[in-house]
Design a binder for this molecule. Structure first.
Ligand code: ZN
Length: 126
């Protein structure tokens, strides 16, 4: 193992406080947020479990960079709306399109400053 690798090799977290691995050396069950998202997962309340440290020579941001890792075993599926939630959303949106004056679904969200559909607002103006 090269010297630079050994520097960031700390699976027990003795040096860095949390388990630390060099670039490409982390165990497969630890994933970045981006990797979790790509797999349809979210951290699910767990904190950062480990980190990957590497030395970057990128212009403008040289130095040691870190990527935080989460444990897939604690990860949960990404939240999707339940049928009841979708129902409530549909109702709320319908309410925003329904004119209180004529009671019709205008087909668009009513302008806030009018509070009624454009037809009724036109009648008022006339
Ligand atoms: Zn109306």
């Amino acid at each position: 193992m090269s010297r630079i690798r050994a520097r960031f090799w700390d699976p027990a977290g003795k040096r860095y406080g949390i388990p630390t691995y060099p670039w490409r050396m982390s165990p497969p069950h630890l994933m970045t947020l981006r990797q979790l998202t790509a797999a349809g997962l979210r951290p699910g309340g767990q904190g950062v479990q480990a980190q990957v440290l590497w030395r970057s020579r990128r212009y403008g941001a040289p130095g040691v960079r870190a990527a935080y890792l989460y444990d897939v075993r604690f990860a949960l599926p990404k939240r999707t709306a339940t049928p009841r939630q979708r129902d409530a959303l549909a109702k709320a949106n319908a309410a925003r399109r329904t004119c209180p004056d004529c009671g019709r679904d205008a087909g668009y969200v009513l302008p806030r400053h009018l509070g009624i559909c454009l037809d009724c607002a036109g009648d008022c103006a006339a």
